[in-house]
Design a protein around this ligand. Structure first.
Ligand SMILES: Cc1ncc(COP(=O)(O)O)c(C=O)c1O
Length: 358
């Protein structure tokens, strides 16, 4: 690259050029992004359209969307003074990292996990440590305690993506209470598991919990997430957030989602049942091993070349995630749980792919 182009950037940036990328061929069955396979009912979409139609589009959204935040806080079981809302939980993750990480600071990101964590940490020049998961890719409390000793921040997804593993709540409480680091707990898949650390944020100053509406709430396209921090820490994180980060359409949709939570999340139990069915069937395939999961996806390993299996399934119009490039996952693929017929299409495509890939 030309030096004139390079000179504008921070030292670490040229190595990260391109950022987060994803190979998404067009397939009939799409099980690659842990989305909810059931879109919103037409009547609920209509309700959002009507709410937005009556708003003033020429005006900025409220500077402090207090009523909106109060509604979200009440729904997730937090205090409004603890909650920040964002354009997807990724945006809030960005605000947390910008507020806490820089060159010379250490962050613990147990690998394998959600790719965005390391990408942001690298962007900010922080030192990344990847310990924290044992040989079975389960959280290891002792390893986490050791890795976090001199760290500024620890980031854990529970359930973790792409492993599906969770941290024991007692271990987490003990770790947070005995640590000088900030613990960021990403609960993107909370609804498929059911355990939360939100209660702990009321007295732990070094804990932040992230939630998203992209998964159980089937709202990935609208981008909404929130974070819960100790009331003293929240305004400091808020300094790293852009004003008016939420548009009025998303806010109207989220209000509608909360008012209709039972309808929108009605598929969660079915997804959990399907998750067990898919995992059980996968275990019957020879040469396939399956990781236990508490999320809406299943991680599995095969003796065959994962990239070739992935391609053979794409050729059959079934798209899953090739995670074999992630640390420690050289043999792995991840499938999101979809509708029963989509899950069947995946199982059939994999069975076929295993006959054509050596
Ligand atoms: C662990 C984890 N956190 C966050 C996200 C993204 O959430 P959002 O859509 O709210 O930005 C994902 C998406 O796959 C995820 O797996």
């Amino acid at each position: 690259m030309n030096n004139t182009t390079l000179k504008y950037f921070k030292q670490q940036l040229p190595d990260l050029a391109g950022g987060y990328t994803l190979d998404v061929p067009d397939c009939e069955t799409k099980l690659n992004q842990n989305e909810n396979a059931w879109d919103w009912p037409a009547a609920l979409k209509q309700e959002v359209f009507e709410r937005v139609r009556d708003l003033s589009w020429n005006r900025y959204p409220p500077f402090h969307p207090d009523q909106f935040v109060a509604k979200v806080a009440h729904y997730i079981g937090a205090d409004p003074e603890q909650v920040l809302v964002g354009n997807g939980s990724n945006e809030l993750l960005y605000a947390i990292f910008v507020s806490t990480l820089e060159r010379g600071r250490k962050v613990v990101i147990p690998q394998p996990t959600f790719t965005v964590y390391k990408l942001l940490a690298d962007l900010l020049g922080a030192e990344v440590t990847t310990e924290g998961l044992n040989d079975e890719l389960q959280y290891d409390a002792d390893a986490l305690a050791k890795a976090s000793e001199d760290a500024a921040v620890v980031v854990l997804a529970t359930p973790n993506n792409p492993t599906g593993s969770v941290i024991d709540p007692t271990d987490l409480e003990h770790l947070v209470n005995n640590s000088g680091a900030l613990w960021v707990i990403d609960e993107a898949y909370f609804e498929f598991h059911g355990e939360t650390a939100i209660e702990l944020t009321k007295h732990c100053r070094n804990l932040v919990v992230l939630r998203t509406f992209s998964k159980a709430f089937a709202t990935a396209g609208l981008r909404f997430g929130c974070m819960v921090a100790h009331p003293e820490a929240k305004p400091i994180f808020a300094a790293a957030k852009l004003p008016y980060n939420l548009n009025i359409f998303t806010m109207a949709a989220v209000e509608t989602a909360i008012e209709n939570a039972v309808t929108l999340k009605s598929r969660v139990e079915e997804i959990k049942r399907e998750r067990e069915r898919v995992a059980r069937r996968l275990r019957e395939y020879s040469g396939v091993s399956v990781y236990p999961t508490r999320a809406n996806f299943v991680l599995f390993e095969t003796e065959r070349e994962p990239r070739e299996l992935w391609k053979a399934m794409v050729a059959r119009s079934v798209l899953i995630r090739d995670v074999s490039g992630y640390p420690r996952l050289g043999k792995a693929l991840r499938v999101s749980i979809g509708r029963p017929e989509e899950n069947d299409a995946f199982l059939k495509a994999l069975e076929y792919a295993m006959t054509v890939v050596a």
